[in-house]
Design a protein around this ligand. Structure first.
Ligand code: PLP
Length: 397
């Protein structure tokens, strides 16, 4: 059975070219880049070069604005905690209701520590309530954290407009953007975005897990989370992860080369999958339609059935996708993102995310399109909501 991997927002396959550039630093060039002997020159040079590549990937002004981290979660924590620990006077912080848990759970922790937190809502298409944002910013607002694109729906937030709103209300407020789900999908330009801090994670764009980066503009001073040596200009101690840094830089170069393909071919396949399912499955509804989305993601709700059952049937066919639900302590918690969008409870439990990549083929998408109607048909026949399903079918026909 061939694997059909449509869960690229969770993680991606390492590009073979990325692995190739990493191997020398895992085998022979293992020197600590801070050492002064000749043997360390190559690893030192490799980290410098990689920093330049990541600087260009962000369109940052200066290499000094780049900090290597271990993942997207670390980038977010370093940015938000780093800013707040430098500024103990302002105790108001803002984020959205649809952030990744690495931001949302951190904000909940901040709330317990006495910070006043505003969570900005979204409409049924997943679009951010910019008026609520504008009204929430005040003289006490230390930081606003807003993702560039949502990991579950792919909805892109208007970051430039958001930074204009923030800076027009309070010039001192710092703006962190979690750009983890846009890296490799749309260009990242920190200068145009007007963000002070921007985080990415290598494993979302075909580098391995365990490497990320944080852009911090030269006007923003961070209190480090990890104290120790002088690495990363004293902002993150720990010997540099040379092979992974080199690998992420290669992945970033490849991502830039592939941007056009991502926005034409990957998007075409995503649209084909989406329209096919919506046409052939009467109880399917698109979560977050008619809005600006990253080209690889679709989130479809199947009414009156359980998403986990769909995933298990897909898995039996070698197809990997994901649902927004998280199984917590025996109860099935519906996705906080879909809840914030007011997706009806009849569809929220049956929502599935498909996320494609440049490795996704037409044959794979055709196979999924062929199999989905019969999987859903089987599950709807088992659903206890037969009357509701019959009514839905009449409505659609
Ligand atoms: N932010 C977003 C939007 C994500 O989708 C993810 C991971 O899914 C993260 C942050 C966390 O990234 P990492 O897994 O590298 O910590």
């Amino acid at each position: 059975m061939n694997l059909i991997y449509l869960d690229n927002n969770a993680t991606t396959k390492v590009d073979p070219q990325v692995l190739d550039v990493m191997l020398p630093y895992l085998k022979d060039e293992y020197a600590n880049p801070s050492s002064i002997y000749d043997f360390a020159k190559q690893s030192n040079h490799a980290v410098k070069e990689a920093r330049g590549v990541i600087k260009n990937f962000f369109n940052a002004e200066n290499e000094k604005e780049i900090i290597f981290t271990s993942c997207g979660s670390e980038s977010a924590n370093m940015a938000i905690r780093g800013v707040l620990n430098m500024n103990k006077n302002n105790r108001h912080v803002i984020t959205t209701k649809v952030e990744h848990p690495c931001v949302l759970n951190l904000y909940q922790a901040l709330e317990k520590e006495g910070y006043k937190v505003d969570y900005i809502g979204v409409n049924s298409n997943g679009e951010l309530d910019l008026e609520q944002l504008e009204c929430s910013i005040n003289d006490d607002t230390a930081i606003v954290s807003i993702m560039y694109a949502n990991n579950e729906t792919g909805v892109i937030f208007p970051i430039e407009k958001i930074s204009e709103i923030i800076k027009s209300k309070n010039k001192e407020t710092k703006f962190f953007v979690d750009a983890v789900q846009v890296a490799g999908k749309i260009p990242i330009d920190v200068q145009a975005m007007g963000a002070d801090l921007v985080g990415i994670s290598g494993h979302k764009f075909h580098a391995p897990k365990g490497i990320g980066a944080l852009y911090v503009n030269s006007k923003t001073i961070l209190k480090p989370l990890i104290i120790g040596g002088h690495q990363e200009r004293g902002r993150r101690a720990g010997t540099e992860n040379v092979p992974y840094i080199v690998g992420m830089a290669k992945a970033a170069e490849l991502a830039v080369d592939q941007l056009k393909f991502e926005n034409t071919e990957v998007k075409r396949l995503r649209d084909k999958l989406e329209s096919n399912i919506l046409k052939n499955v009467y109880n399917a509804r698109l979560n977050a339609s008619i809005v600006n989305r990253v080209p690889n993601t679709t989130n479809i709700g199947f009414e009156y059935i359980e998403g986990e059952l769909i995933l298990l049937h897909l898995s039996d066919l070698g197809i990997c996708a994901s649902s927004g639900s998280a199984c917590t302590s025996g109860s099935l918690e519906p996705s906080h993102v879909l809840r914030a969008m007011n997706v009806p409870f009849t569809a929220i439990h049956g929502s599935i995310r498909f996320s494609l990549s440049r490795y996704t083929t037409e044959q794979e998408i055709d196979y999924v399109c062929e199999k989905m109607p019969s999987i859903i048909d089987k599950l709807t026949n088992l659903s206890p909501f037969q009357d509701e399903l019959a009514a839905l079918k009449r409505l659609k026909n």
